[in-house]
Design a protein around this ligand. Structure first.
Ligand code: ADP
Length: 248
């Protein structure tokens, strides 16, 4: 086999692996969507008091669970849509949103996990008034969700996560950063971190659950909004992800 044939055969093998993974995602996403829909209807029945009276506190918890479930359904739908294409060329519905309220909604989903790992979530906001941005809300939620989830997932117990949201009036950008004191990303892995399905060996060792899709989707969404995403990381010391989103 000459060099060219070798490369072609390697390429064919990688294509086959990619196709198998796509099929697995399709099957899992469909199954997941069915369970999430069933869960949604059960929660709705409880909320609508079809199973008996509920008090105000229970109502609040059920509402939170429903909105978290709805976000998961959106994520699964996106997974199904983009699974066979790398450019995430779905149609987006733009809407004016306040990034701080979106952050508050998303972070509420992680209260139990943070408590469980005894991680302190610190939120910094320099300016009082952060201008609204025009964006696809479920997608931006997914960006925040992925970055917060990773920060928690790859952090040790009893550590701190600091999230900052600022407005830079010089370039009219919203600037976000997500800092953790976790496992970090080794130099040799840094170049591959946004690749579809890539998971660094230290991440696999720490946290066996993961798809290697979160950052790939996140980067696509940010870039679709004409924003930028990058990170700085020191192995065994921590990672900071930075995201900028233009106001217009
Ligand atoms: P996963 O499902 O594996 O978390 P992602 O696409 O979200 O997939 O992330 C890809 C990889 O990037 C992870 O497997 C991990 O190696 C690395 N990574 C992402 N976020 C962090 C972080 N906060 N700290 C350390 N490594 C991270």
């Amino acid at each position: 086999m000459n060099e060219l044939e070798k490369i072609k055969s390697e390429n064919d093998k990688l294509k086959e692996i990619d196709e198998n993974k796509s099929e697995l995602i399709s099957i899992s996403a469909h199954q997941l969507r069915t369970s999430l829909s069933a869960l949604k209807w059960t929660l709705k029945m409880i909320l609508d008091k079809e199973l008996g009276e509920i008090n105000e506190e229970q109502k609040n918890y059920i509402e939170k669970a429903i909105s978290s479930n709805d976000r998961s359904i959106v994520l699964v739908n996106y997974l199904l849509t983009f699974n066979h294409s790398d450019d995430l060329s779905y149609v987006s519905k733009l809407k004016e949103i306040n990034i701080v309220s979106v952050f508050e909604k998303v972070s509420a989903d992680f209260i139990a996990e943070l408590k469980n790992k005894q991680i302190e979530l610190i939120f910094n906001k320099k300016e009082e008034n952060i201008p609204n941005i025009n964006c696809d809300e479920p997608m931006i939620m997914m960006v925040l969700q992925n970055l917060i989830e990773n920060a928690i997932k790859y952090s040790p117990n009893k550590s701190r996560i600091t999230i900052s949201i600022n407005y830079n009036s010089d370039n009219n950008n919203i600037e976000l950063s997500f800092h953790d004191e976790g496992i970090g990303i080794k130099k040799e892995d840094q170049i591959k971190i946004f690749n579809k399905f890539f998971r660094a060996p230290n991440a696999i060792e720490k946290e066996t659950i993961g798809s290697g899709l979160g950052l790939f989707i996140t980067k696509n969404i940010v870039e679709k909004h004409n924003g930028k995403i990058w990170f700085e990381s020191l192995p065994e010391s921590g990672t900071t992800f930075f995201v900028t989103l233009p106001i217009h």
